[in-house]
Design a protein around this ligand. Structure first.
Ligand SMILES: N[C@@H](CCC(=O)N[C@@H](CS)C(=O)NCC(=O)O)C(=O)O
Length: 272
């Protein structure tokens, strides 16, 4: 039964107006809206995620390169059941099992498959997060957030984390090539990835595949599933955080597929 008690949904705060921008929170924002569950967002500044989760009693779920655990979002607290969950995939599973009468995120027997896809897609985009050069943090915490990232990677200053124009150009070519492979899943083709030896993209030495049929906006058509929200979340993150001219390029890659995915996800993007 859908409950009248709202789920508290913890998301990372942006500058005003508050909006989701980070990929894992996006996955759950899209999922909650798709399922039509009543929820209320509690926006949390990035430097406060640690104390929030410790206060709620949710264990850390990521580790820094030196082994120190650190806390992340999304997390949910379901006041109907008392359930606390602090990992996006586990939240998606919980929502389907607790609210089975709402639209399903997972079709039967696809949980392992979707978990593997989650890892694969996270890997593709994480490799290219250097392109997200305009994270929309509030000015009041921006310096603190930058200092957190600088300390984490053992750099001496924020500017050292930003890609040079040459690195950015290389990253764009590499992301386009990786997305060329991902686009095959939308066309139900696929096969062994070949971009390692025959990178594709718009760089002058590369060629686009001729005669591509327009790919559908969902992996399997019909209704979306969690796998669609995994990709949709990352595409929305890049839309929010990339330099405008880079996003304009990405929108148009693979016959405009990523622009269509970003636009489609808008129907599940309400910030409640
Ligand atoms: N495995 C976790 C990963 C969550 C995660 O990495 N969240 C990022 C945002 S996408 C975060 O909260 N980062 C906080 C930080 O880096 O301090 C999940 O799927 O929920």
């Amino acid at each position: 039964m859908t409950t009248s008690h709202p789920i508290i949904y913890y998301d990372i705060a942006s500058k005003q107006p508050s909006r989701t921008f980070a990929p894992n929170p996006w996955k759950i924002r899209l999922a909650l809206n798709y399922k039509g569950l009543p929820y209320k967002t509690q926006w949390t500044n990035m430097p406060d995620i640690h104390s929030l989760r410790e206060g709620l009693g949710i264990p850390a779920n990521r580790t820094l390169p030196d082994g120190t655990p650190y806390h992340t979002l999304p997390a949910i607290q379901d006041s109907a059941t008392g359930k606390l969950e602090g990992d996006s995939f586990a939240i998606a599973l919980y929502l389907d099992s607790q609210y089975p009468e709402t639209p399903r995120l997972f079709r039967p027997n696809t949980i392992g498959l979707t978990a593997a896809f989650n890892q694969q897609v996270d890997g593709i985009f994480t490799k290219h997060t250097g392109l997200s050069t305009k994270m929309p943090f509030d000015a009041s915490i921006e310096e603190e957030v930058k200092a957190m990232f600088v300390k984490r990677v053992g750099a001496s200053k924020w500017e050292d984390l930003l890609p040079s124009p040459e690195e950015r150009a290389k990253d764009l070519v590499s992301l386009e090539a990786a997305l060329e492979e991902l686009a095959k899943a939308y066309q139900h083709t696929g096969g062994t990835t070949d971009w390692v030896w025959r990178a594709r993209g718009t760089a002058t030495e590369q060629k686009q595949v001729p005669g591509r049929e327009e790919a559908g906006v969902l992996l399997d058509g019909g209704e979306p599933v969690y796998a669609d929200f995994i990709v949709g979340a990352w595409v929305k993150m890049f839309e929010a955080c990339m330099a405008d001219e880079d996003w304009e390029k990405m929108r148009g890659w693979q016959g405009g597929l990523w622009g269509r995915v970003a636009d489609y996800m808008e129907r599940f993007a309400e910030m409640k």
